[in-house]
Design a protein around this ligand. Structure first.
Ligand code: SF4
Length: 581
């Protein structure tokens, strides 16, 4: 049976034997992609009990099902593995162009296994129309991400893209990220699959970078090109016209005042939900600076119509970083009482250079400050810590680079806001209880992209249902390749699939796809030794209140949270909910 997937392939990279092999993509996996493909491969091929940094872990690079097509904002790349941070399954995804470029060449997944005998060497992987090969990359050893990608892409075609790790990945730190280059002319490694230490796993395999040269490869061709193209136009117009675009067109940084109002702009390691100097971290300050310094809004990947990403310049008009996101302003800024957005921009650049998750590192520094290791608000100290300690593997740098739990345990500190060992993102589970249910029950640990619900009115079983539905919608979105900021509904995604594959995808089928992804992830964790006791929240979030009269605590009992892992009857409204992060 032939179809639009005829040329789809899997690329296997064996880092023990230092060989590559290409095989046909299984037809049965047609509706797997990105996060759901990664989960299936890990469940089938990775020993859940393995050492995350050993040869038996499997690193998966998987574009979404619609990546490389003309569907708007659909080119995300998922990175999956067993997490060295949580010990469970992990998927983190990023924008930039590598996902689309891999998919244009027909690669629905790159599966990296094994580990070289000589761990001092570094390797690069070249993927192009003509060849796939591993190549020695020792000259890139220890390089920071920006210099690495500039050198890597300098003599390559203008449409080449790259995936890389920085020193943190090479040091195998548990907060290490995987960087993807954006679509701009400079092709900056500013888009990160950040959470859970996926960069440490790439580093454990001594794979410093992947470069993709799509050459003249065309967009993936749908079964019905005319209908698919028309649908994309209708979908784009709906998104731009129905209010969804208004949420993100100024960038996530403009969400700071709203979050502060809701008591979910954590301050000083979450001892408060509001920051008295919130105005200095408001994304409005960033927008004011565009007129004086340059920079502005752009899209990080080809075909994105949201354009949520900001480009930050300094007072001289020189590039500093992109994008300075709400999460980064919260964790590296407010949570550490570093209340100057320009300092946070410098810290963001350092994190991107070293290849670490800004959420985990911000939370770790906040714990360090809270336990007396540094003064609150010491921006220069935090920069020096990253630049001089973390980058070189110094003792405190390693503890911070291994995340909030690592430094918190070392400091014997009582306030470590994590779930399954992963630091909480900005959105606090005390005012936003449905988000807390997600953090407790997701196989990923505390991850807002697993199913964020921003509704302070929800409690009890209503919060459980909202969390479950958000987890299903986000799982489908993360498999599709759509950026969550596009907020596609299940109906919109299944319509794209139907026209791309030329066969109707029903509501029941797309809901099953999302649920199966969650089941696969939970099953991996069960096999890794996780129990119901792991589906909980750090004690400090249950015991220490914030908000009015410090009355807001996370008070949904574990047995009620657990209901989110038992499938509830489908409601029509599920299919009209957009993904959210
Ligand atoms: S919406 Fe933002 S993060 Fe998503 S692809 Fe577009 S620019 Fe990148």
């Amino acid at each position: 049976m032939s179809g639009v997937w005829d040329n789809d392939k899997l690329l296997r990279v064996d880092m023990t034997a230092l060989t590559v092999a290409v095989e046909a993509y299984p037809l049965a996996w047609k509706y797997l992609g990105g996060r759901s493909l990664s989960a299936r491969i890990l469940l089938d091929e990775c020993d859940p009990g393995c050492d995350p940094l050993g040869p038996d872990n499997v690193l998966v690079l998987a574009p979404g099902i619609l990546s490389g097509t003309s569907a708007p904002t659909s080119g995300r790349l998922s990175v999956g593995c067993k997490s060295p941070l949580t010990g469970g399954i992990k998927e983190a995804n990023a924008g930039g162009n590598p996902g689309q470029d891999l998919m244009k060449l027909g690669y629905r997944g790159v599966i990296v296994t094994g580990q070289p005998a000589d761990r001092e060497k570094r390797w690069g992987l070249v993927v192009s129309e003509e060849e796939v090969r591993l190549t020695a990359a020792d000259e890139y050893k220890g390089m920071w991400n920006y210099a690495c990608c500039e050198r890597l892409l300098a003599d390559r075609p203008k449409n080449a893209s790259a995936i890389s790790i920085g020193p943190a990945g090479e040091l195998m730190l548990s907060a290490a990220s995987v960087a993807c280059t954006d679509k701009d002319k400079a092709r900056r490694p500013a888009r990160h699959a950040a959470r859970g230490g996926v960069g440490a796993v790439m580093g454990s395999k001594c794979l410093k970078w992947v470069v993709i040269e799509p050459g003249k490869a065309r967009l993936r061709q749908p079964a019905d090109n005319k209908a698919f193209t028309t649908n994309n136009k209708v979908f784009s117009q709906a998104y731009l016209g129905d209010g969804r675009h208004n949420i993100f067109k100024g960038g996530t940084s403009t969400g700071v005042p709203m979050a502060n109002m809701l008591n979910t702009f954590p301050y000083k390691n979450r001892t408060a939900g509001r920051n008295p100097e919130v105005d200095r971290l408001d994304g409005a300050r960033i927008h004011e600076a565009f007129a004086r310094r340059g920079g502005g809004m752009h899209n990080c990947m080809t075909g994105c119509i949201v354009r949520c990403s900001n480009i930050i310049h300094d007072v001289e008009g020189s590039y500093v970083t992109s994008a300075l996101e709400f999460e980064t302003l919260t964790l590296l800024g407010s949570c550490c009482a570093i209340n100057n957005w320009e300092d946070v921009a410098d810290l963001d650049r350092l994190c991107d250079e070293l290849g670490v998750d800004t959420i985990e590192i911000g939370a770790a520094i906040a714990v360090y400050m809270d336990s007396g290791g540094m003064e609150w608000g010491d921006a220069e100290g935090a920069k020096a810590l990253l630049r001089n300690e973390l980058s070189k593997g110094g003792e405190i740098g390693v503890l911070i680079g291994n995340g909030a739990l690592s430094i918190g345990v070392h400091r014997n500190h009582h306030r470590i806001p994590v779930a399954k060992g992963q630091a909480l993102p900005a959105w606090d589970p005390r005012p936003l209880k449905a988000a807390g249910v997600t953090y407790s029950t997701s196989a990923m640990g505390a991850d807002h992209t697993a199913g964020l619900v921003i509704d302070p009115e929800l409690a009890g079983d209503a919060a459980v249902r909202a969390s479950q539905e958000a987890q299903v919608v986000n799982a489908v979105c993360d498999a599709s390749g759509f950026c969550q900021f596009m907020q596609p509904t299940l109906d919109e995604i299944r319509q794209c699939y139907s026209l791309f594959y030329g066969e109707a995808v029903t509501r029941a089928q797309i809901a099953d796809q999302g649920w199966q992804c969650l089941e696969d992830e939970w099953e991996f964790n069960r096999r890794a030794g996780f129990t119901e006791a792991d589906d909980d929240m750090a004690a400090c979030l249950r015991e220490e209140g914030i908000g009015p009269d410090n009355s807001l605590v996370f008070d949904i009992p574990p047995d009620v949270c657990a209901k989110a892992k038992t499938r509830l009857p489908l409601r029509d409204s599920l299919f009209e909910k957009g993904a959210a992060a």
